[in-house]
Design a protein around this ligand. Sequence first.
Ligand code: MSP
Length: 558
Amino acid sequence: MSNKNFYITTPIYYPSAKLHIGHAYCTTIADSVARFHRLAGDNVMFLTGSDEHGQKIQEKAEEAGITPIAYVDNIVAGFQNLWKMLNISNDDFVRTTQERHEKVVQEVFRRIYDKGDIYLGSYKGLYCTPCESYWTELQLDENGCCPDCGRPVKEVAEEAYFFKMSRYADRLLKYIDDNPEFIQPVSRRNEMVNFIKQGLEDLCISRTSFDWGVPVPINNKHVIYVWFDALSNYLTPIGFLDNPERFSQFWPADVHLVGKEIVRFHSIIWPCILMALDLPLPKQIYGHGWLVVDGTKMSKSLGNVVDPVALIEKYGPDAIRYFLLREINLGQDGNFSELALVQRINSDLANDLGNLLHRTISMVKKYQGGQVMASEGRSEIDESLINDAMAAVKAFDEGMSTMEISIAIKQVWSFISRANKYIDETGPWALAKDETKKQELANVMYNLVESLRIISGLIFPFMPVTAAKVWQQLNMAGTIEELRLDDISVWGKTPAGLMLGEAQQLFPRIELEGDKQAEKAQAAKQAAEAKAAKKARREAQKAMEAAKAAARAAEENK
Ligand code: MSP
């Protein structure tokens, strides 16, 4: 636990089309980490945004017959709406077309130019327009196409400015070597080291073939290469140009969270730009895996692109957030399927969490008129529950601090199961029947409410709406946003005498078509078994009667 400044970013998304569930995945991870750090008491800056320049956007706008800015305005409004629906708690949203950002990019260019690390040359290369990336012959895939997206590349030749990236290769390798946490997970670090060891070429950082970009400050025939423009976004809202105090609070960033295919830009180009600016490098570039749908990569042509807005409308934001964070190990690819989502809702949310809350509130209502009584004395079972609660908070803290999100969330759910088991172990319904067990019952009720108080803090980074609902139903003082990790790291902060609120269902169970069929099959199976058992009983009876008759006959014949 700490109280420090914490700066986390997502990539800024291309407004070339609507965002899909894969983009929502990345932003949800960053949001859960940002919320965790706020819970830990850190001063958090969480940034996301949109990457609006470049040839591809210009072409799309032309196709649509509108100006590029009108084109992006419309799509970016959709991004912002999605983040609102998902309860993303970003502190700022940077658009690369904003004046504040364009000034930053130009200043970055100017400083590096003045230093002598940018020169005018001529570029001949193989360019992938959809990815806005140049490739060398060697890097192309087996079909001679873009190694990232598999689409054809085209040869271009133009006068251009170059950034002397090659001169930073050795320094970068040394930095990666000295800072094992810099590129995560390790598999990505190894990939990057191999890439840099092949030698870095100077980077072409301007274009003259289109004009939808930030003009080069010393030559307005050129616009600045979109990745040079985009990467600088991380400096824009933290006062790079105009607020040195704020800048020193948040720079270097703690984590740039990015998808695996853009780790290269963040762990090679971006650090070289920063070294040229004499700025410290970000503490970590974390490359997460890709989300596929029912085992297949999402693509427009396959028609399997999952729209997060439709999903949120159907299942609510927290169920989607929970699924994405729980189901996929950060750093690895993961699968999205609606069936798996519904199964998680039914088992983890409706059953485990929902039932714990509902059973607890209902029992406190039934046995104690809704009031939580002071706990006095602890049984062995109580001690074990309390130890497990404290261990869950610790594991959650460690997991979230090291970006092991699915591990952290699993620990929280194993504590939820533990608390459900505690009900079965202590049997409050039996305690309630025995006048001499009143205090024991009060202790059990107290421990359950206290467990739920802690659980609401533990689920807050993943499911903020649900955490607030639990908080409200327990009728705890203040808001869940004000809760801090310190408050849930000690046992016993639920005040005795608290009157609980009304129990309301958190997640209704969702009937699955498969469930109905399985139920029918089960009923048919049971009926058949019962029929067979009846027949067997009848036959056994007959055999017994026959045996008795035979015995009688034998007796008579004696
Ligand atoms: N504009 C650049 C980023 C510039 S950051 C300085 C870009 N934009 S993007 O919209 O194409 O992608 C943004 C992010 O979405 C990337 O990190 C990418 O990995 C992620 N994803 C795109 N499809 C994805 C999945 N199917 N699954 C998970 N993440 C995915 O690249």
